[in-house]
Design a protein around this ligand. Structure first.
Ligand code: KIV
Ligand code: ZN
Length: 534
């Protein structure tokens, strides 16, 4: 009888700790809904004590995600647990996840606590969490570098205190698969009450072994695996959900397990996470990389034509990668367009969203002969991740050429004001970004700029991702157009709008003032944004 493995997705918590990633509440909710459709068992929605934004996101996800367990992280202190519960209490299936470090190194240098104090605190806080929430998970942080005898004692104590799940964290990605598998087996054999809890693992990828370690743990008795989409996470990231799931499925003969994942939704989920986080997936990434199912060499192509299994151990369709249909053109009507959206799996769009996407499709079809699935995905992503626009780019004009300074003029609407600004720059993109800086009157740092074609062909839609920072916060923006300067300008303005949205939603006035000190009113008087701080 195959064993059921529970997938605990921490894209929105550990994944959001990826350097340079920062999602707003709206984006987190979008990802959470996609994870629910994907079939994960648990969504770790955030770390509520960490920021107001995390608190709001956990609350919003707890209120809106009804089918799946929603978890929130808390250190093993009452203050953290209370804050986490405050956000989580709206969930149909809530889980409080509390943790404390158990390795000598962490206890001595970070916590400055004696081992006995750590055990006591862990058990007390699990018992306290249990008075609030029906389901409690406990993680010994840095468990893999914890003395096994001490780890067994901690686990026994927290299970006695009521922990429903115990999660063995390889926090610094130090373990080798054989060693980690043995640790899991030893826990099964040496913790007398382990059968009363679900045994989980949480592996980081510092040595590139997070997935191998997670699978070794499954072979040795782990029942829950914690992971992230695209392997996002602190430093080198966490174990990649898509790799674990497809390994368990493709090598059912080895692992004899099932998961609740609808694998054909993996590709879309990966794309959504990459789009919203602005973290690109390397082309040779297993399962969801652009080359994962591409066969380049003649020998391989010949083999594939004779029998697909010669070089293919899983089908592209099984992860949701479909052949790019040439779908529609400028004569296609709304009915055909809606039908195509349905075939592509976009069944939960509102009528208003479909109307807006259809209007953009018509514009695009005027410029481009064939509109492909990838183009439509771009239009849908733009529409569904849209926040209310504080600034709208109405017009831009550039002059550029070899051996001359590029200049750009932009016209931007902000509430009932129209702002026109011009700037020179090192090329048309730089000039346009500088003109936008002047129009919004902010000191903005461009952290990252990425451009790619959505499809092949000269008339392809250019997709631009920008990452900007203001103070210590980073914001991502997207823009798409057949004109790459326009796509760049739209991506930049979108990042500014995301910033405005984020600051208005999540940050209190004092934090906002601190963040913007030195960033606002940079270009003088009369233009730009009124933060209500003057
Ligand atoms: O890596 C880690 O130790 C963690 C814990 C909070 C589970 O993320
Ligand atoms: Zn972690």
């Amino acid at each position: 009888m195959p064993k059921r493995i529970y997938l605990f997705d921490t894209t929105l918590r550990d994944g959001e700790q990826t350097p340079g990633v920062s999602l707003n509440v709206h984006e987190k909710l979008q990802i959470a809904k996609q994870l629910e459709q994907l079939g994960v068992d648990v969504i770790e929605a955030g770390f509520p004590i960490a920021s107001n934004g995390d608190f709001e996101a956990v609350m919003e996800i707890a209120r809106n995600v009804r089918e799946v367990t929603v978890a929130a992280l808390a250190r093993a202190t009452k203050k953290d647990i209370d804050r986490a519960w405050e956000a989580l209490k709206y969930a149909v299936k809530p889980r409080l996840h509390t943790f404390i470090a158990t390795s000598d190194l962490h206890m001595e240098y970070k916590l400055k606590m004696a081992p006995e104090e750590v055990i006591q605190s862990a058990a007390e806080m699990v018992a306290y969490a249990k008075t609030l929430c029906p389901e409690v998970e406990f993680s010994p942080e840095d468990a893999s570098r914890t003395s096994p005898q001490f780890l067994f004692r901690v686990l026994e104590a927290v299970i006695d205190a009521g922990a429903d799940v115990v999660n063995i964290a390889d926090t610094v990605g130090y373990m080798a698969p054989g060693e980690f598998g043995k640790l899991i087996r030893d826990i099964r054999e040496n913790v007398p009450n382990i059968h009363k809890a679900i045994l989980s693992v949480h592996c980081h990828n510092d040595l590139g072994m997070a997935v191998a370690n997670s699978l070794a743990a499954v072979e040795n008795g782990a029942e829950q695996v914690e992971c992230t989409i695209n392997g996002l996470g602190e430093r080198a990231g966490n174990a990649a959900l898509e790799e674990i799931v497809m390994a368990l499925r493709t090598r059912h003969d080895v692992y004899n397990t099932n998961t609740g994942i609808h694998t054909e939704k993996l590709y879309r989920t990966s794309k959504m996470v990459s789009y919203l986080t602005g973290v690109h997936v390397q082309p040779n990434k297993a399962i969801i990389g652009a080359n994962a199912f591409a066969h380049e060499s003649g020998i391989h192509q010949h083999g594939m034509l004779s029998h697909r299994q010669t070089y293919e151990i899983m089908t592209p369709e099984s992860v949701g990668l479909k052949q790019n249909h040439i779908v529609l053109g400028k004569h296609s009507g709304r009915h055909a367009f809606e039908e195509r959206l349905r075939e592509m799996g976009y069944s939960s769009l509102t009528a208003n969203e479909v109307t807006n996407i259809f209007a953009k499709f018509k514009d695009l079809a005027d410029k481009k002969k064939f509109v492909m699935d990838d183009d439509i995905e771009t239009l849908v992503s733009q529409e569904t991740s849209k926040v209310s626009e504080a600034y709208t780019l109405e017009h831009f004009q550039i002059t550029s050429g070899s051996g001359m300074l590029a200049t750009s003029t932009v016209r931007i609407r902000h509430k009932d004001r129209v702002i026109e600004e011009a700037a020179c720059g090192d090329g048309p993109v730089d000039a346009t970004f500088k003109a936008i800086d002047r129009a919004v009157n902010m000191r903005i740092t461009l952290e990252d700029y990425y451009i790619k074609a959505a499809t092949g062909g000269r008339d392809a839609l250019g997709q631009v991702t920008t990452k900007i920072s203001v103070g210590s916060m980073v914001f991502v923006g997207h823009g798409a157009s057949t004109d790459i300067i326009e796509a760049s300008a739209r991506a930049y303005v979108n990042a500014v709008n995301n910033m405005v949205y984020r600051l208005d939603m999540n940050v209190d006035q004092t934090q906002k003032a601190a963040l913007l000190a030195g960033s606002c009113n940079f270009f003088g008087e009369g233009v730009g944004l009124n933060w209500g701080l003057e």
